[in-house]
Design a protein around this ligand. Structure first.
Ligand code: AMP
Ligand code: MG
Length: 323
């Protein structure tokens, strides 16, 4: 089914961005909450609405390579190699920033995270507005990322929400910092370490040079409002399956659970990634008391999925109080 935004909605979206307001829009990863990246007070609105701590830098979304040149310092040949292979797509590059990028976007760092999305609505928004768009996920800080317009409408008071096809990726971008002596994966995504090594065979993997301690890298994030348990650890005793929801990737036993979400193609990690946040939203809304998600081997795309699931389940596996 084609999903289209009316001419009026597009006009509203462009006017909002150009007047320093916010717009939620689909990307191939998760829904973004966008503002003009070059307007510091517009960007401040993102932090305020999300209740996001100011030390958590935003990713800037661009539609053309010329924008990259304006936002960063000297050209780096590795950037072109990575961009040719993975852009537009779910890869964010952390690079030395130019003075055009306001400090609020990068939380005062001298680097900026940049991504060229492939989703047609995201690209059209950037092009129509004529500015790079800073955008984190369109949810309250620390909560489950949205992948559908309805997730945003239910949980965030943003006036303009653009519609669009469901994401092709479903989890946040892979983030890579390029250092003088190599590269560092700051966040796992569907573009895996193995994919990156094929493009940068000469570049060694450097460890923990980045100064940033962003919430996306902390133990608890993407947190659902109900207890979430992973199948890799024993479930708490005495759980009543008829009051639970379960997610299965490879075909684990789901007998007796009230709500069951499962992969159509057993074990397909891309399919698991595409659906994981939508399933967490669905289970959060369902009349159940807790949810269980299947843990997968943390290799390749499995590393990205387990990163999200471990963080989402963290407070429940450690007994931390829910926020
Ligand atoms: P998101 O949570 O998808 O909005 O992505 C934001 C994340 O990107 C932050 O939490 C950081 O982990 C990372 N990030 C963005 N900009 C930078 C930067 N300049 N240096 C290091 N990490 C960054
Ligand atoms: Mg987020």
């Amino acid at each position: 089914m084609a999903i289209s935004n009316t001419h009026e909605l597009w006009q509203q979206a462009v006017a909002a961005i150009q007047s320093g307001k916010l717009v939620a829009f689909p990307t191939e990863t998760v829904y973004g909450l966008g503002a003009d990246a070059l307007n510091p007070s517009a960007v401040a609105g993102i932090f305020a609405l999300k209740e996001r701590p100011s030390f958590d830098p935003l990713i800037v979304h661009i539609a053309h390579m010329e924008d990259l040149a304006r936002l960063t310092l000297e050209p780096d040949p590795r950037v072109n190699l990575l961009a040719q292979k993975f852009w537009p797509g779910p890869l964010t590059l952390v690079l030395p920033k130019s003075s055009l990028v306001p400090d609020i976007v990068t939380s005062g760092l001298n680097t900026v995270g940049i991504r060229m999305p492939s989703h047609p609505v995201a690209r059209e928004l950037i092009e129509r507005c004529g500015c790079p768009i800073a955008a984190p996920s369109a949810n309250k800080f620390g909560r489950v990322s949205p992948t559908r317009a309805e997730h945003v409408r239910k949980k965030l008071a943003v006036e303009v929400v653009l519609d669009g096809l469901a994401p092709e990726v479903g989890i946040e971008s892979t983030i890579v910092a390029l250092h003088a002596d190599g590269f560092e994966v700051l966040r796992h995504g569907v573009i895996t370490l193995e994919d990156l090594k094929q493009v940068l065979p000469e570049s060694k993997l450097s460890h923990k040079q980045s100064q940033v301690v962003a919430p996306g890298m902390l133990n608890s994030h993407y947190s659902p409002a109900k207890p979430l348990y992973l199948t890799q650890s024993p479930l708490p005793v005495g759980l009543d399956k008829s009051r639970g929801a379960v997610i299965s990737c490879t075909g684990i036993d789901t007998e007796g659970y009230k709500v069951v979400c499962k992969n159509q193609t057993l074990g397909d990690l891309r399919e698991y990634a595409v659906n994981i946040f939508a399933w967490l939203h669905q289970m959060e809304e369902a009349d159940v008391d807790y949810m269980v998600a299947e843990a997968v081997t943390p290799l390749g795309i499995g590393a990205a999925i387990m990163d999200r699931l471990r963080k989402a389940a963290y407070r429940y596996s450690t007994g931390l109080k829910n926020i």
